[in-house]
Design a protein around this ligand. Structure first.
Ligand code: ROI
Length: 162
């Protein structure tokens, strides 16, 4: 199969989140049959969901891959495990979250995987870093900039590059 362009959302709010996300970006660059083509800045964001947890660090990566969607999901979940992902409760704090946001133009709806990621158009911590690396992307036939204009951004802060 030809290579597909995929977008992956990264998030962490435990165990040095900046380091977790930077390390995960490096690990994505090492995945088999894949090439990291872009990585957004890191963003600090207030938690969506329960507020009694630390702020998150979020980013989005663009990965060109020959892996199938499920093979890529396996790789992402293996990386989460490698980071000794802790997930004490639903929508609670976590060491590393890797979400497959988009896989080419595919629409996938299976028990294990929903692509495009169902919540991505409502989440500033996904849309802002995604728009940074893919400003002319369309989501559900609408420019990403329209989606961004329609949601609230308070509590989202782009970190300086380092
Ligand atoms: N909130 C923010 N700001 N960033 C995340 O990555 C994130 N991930 C989640 C929940 C708990 C929904 N909230 C989040 O899974």
């Amino acid at each position: 199969m030809s290579a597909q362009l995929t977008y992956i959302g990264l998030g962490s709010n435990l165990a040095s989140p900046i380091k977790q996300v930077r390390q995960a970006l490096f690990e994505l660059s090492m995945l088999p049959l894949s090439r990291l083509v872009a990585a957004s800045s890191l963003y600090a964001s207030r938690p969506v969901g329960p507020q009694d947890q630390p702020d998150f660090i979020n980013a989005v990566a663009a990965l060109e891959t020959h892996l199938s969607p499920l093979a890529l999901l396996d790789q992402l979940q293996a990386l989460e495990q490698q980071h000794r992902r802790q997930r004490q409760r639903h929508w609670g704090p976590r060491t590393l979250d890797l979400d497959l946001l988009l896989y080419g133009n595919s629409h996938i709806s299976t028990p294990r995987l929903s692509v495009p990621h169902p919540q991505m158009t409502a989440r500033a911590f996904v849309l802002a870093p995604l728009a940074e690396i893919a400003p002319s992307l369309n989501l559900h036939q609408q420019p990403i900039t329209n989606w961004l204009a329609g949601i609230e951004l308070p509590g989202l802060e782009r970190l300086p590059d380092a």
